[in-house]
Design a protein around this ligand. Sequence first.
Ligand SMILES: Nc1nc2c(ncn2[C@@H]2O[C@H](COP(=O)(O)OP(=O)(O)OP(=O)(O)O)[C@@H](O)[C@H]2O)c(=O)[nH]1
Length: 319
Amino acid sequence: MNRTARVPVTILTGFLGAGKTTLLQRILADPQGMRIGVLVNDFGAINVDADLIAESTGESVSLQNGCVCCSIRDDMIGAIAGLLDREPAPDRIVIEASGVSRPLPIADALDDDALSDRTALDGIFCLIDGEGFGSLDFAATELAIEQAAGSDVVLLNKTDIASEAALAAIEATLAGPIPRLRLIRTIEGDLPRALLFDTAFDRTDRPSGHAAHHHDHGAHHDHDHEFSTWSWSHEGTVDMSRLRSAMRRLPHDVLRVKGILRAPMGGRIVLQGVGKRIRITPEADAALPARSSVVAIGRPGTLEENWLSDLLGPCGVDA
Ligand SMILES: Nc1nc2c(ncn2[C@@H]2O[C@H](COP(=O)(O)OP(=O)(O)OP(=O)(O)O)[C@@H](O)[C@H]2O)c(=O)[nH]1
C-alpha cells in the first residue's frame, strides 16, 4: 500500500461476549497478504483478549482498564497513531472495542487531527449474541441495540446454538429502531472477506456519534457507573476440577467472565463465560502463561469487592 494513502480502519463492536475476539482471531488467522494492525480494548484491568490474539499478530496494541469510546479515547488516538508510525506501516487497522463501548465515538475519533489525514473509516460491524441476547437485562439490551444502530452491519452471531425463534425475535427487535438494517447471520463471525473489508458503506442516513446517542465524553458518561469489573491473578497453576466446580457456583449477576490460566501439566486453560454459558478449554500445546488471570464484568453493587478472589483463590495450586 502507498504510504500516503489513508489506512482503512474496521471497528468491531458488540456487547460482552458476542464474538468480537473470535472474529478478530479469524481475520488474523488468514490475513490474505495484508499487514493488519490491531487495537484491542478490554474494559477490565486485565486484557485477556490481547493475550488471546497475541499469538496471531505482532502488530497489536492493547488498551485496558477503561473504554476507548470515552475514558481512554485519547489513549486510543495515540495508540492508532503509534500503529501507523510502525515500519512497515499496517495495510489496515482493526479495532476491537470493549463490549461496553459505543462505536460512533470511536469512529468520530478517527476525525481527530492526529488521524484524519492518515486513516479512513472502512466498516463498523456489530456482533450480536443470537443465543444470549434474549437474556440481557434492559440496560444491556438498550446498549446492544445502540451498538447495532451505530454500525454498518450487524452480525447476528452464534446462530449454531440459537433457536430460529430467538433469531427471528432479535431481527424484529432491531428492525424497529434501525430502519435500514443490514444483518448477516454468522457462526463464529464467519463471513466472506469481501463483505468485511473495502465495503464503501453509505452512511448518509447515519447520525454522527454525538447526535446518535447523546454521548457526552467526560463528566456525564462513565461506564464505571454502568459496569464493574473484578480481577483475580495468581502466580501459579490452577486445578481444573476445582475451577469447574467454582464456575458452577458463579453468581448469576456476572455478565461476562474470561481468563487465561496456567495449566498444571503445562500449557494454558482458556476460560470463557457469557451469561450462564461457561466454557473451560485446556490448551496443552499453548505456551505457559506468565500467570493465571481472570476478569469478570457485572453491574455495580451486585457483588462484594472480593467475591472473585474468594471464589477462585482455592483453585490456585502453587505459586
Ligand atoms: N457456539 C458459538 N460460540 C461462539 C460463537 N462465537 C463466539 N463464541 C464463543 O463465545 C464466547 C465469547 O466469544 P468472544 O469472541 O470472546 O466474545 P467477545 O465479544 O470478544 O467478548 P468481550 O471482548 O468480552 O466482550 C467464546 O467462548 C467463543 O468461543 C458462535 O458463533 N457460536
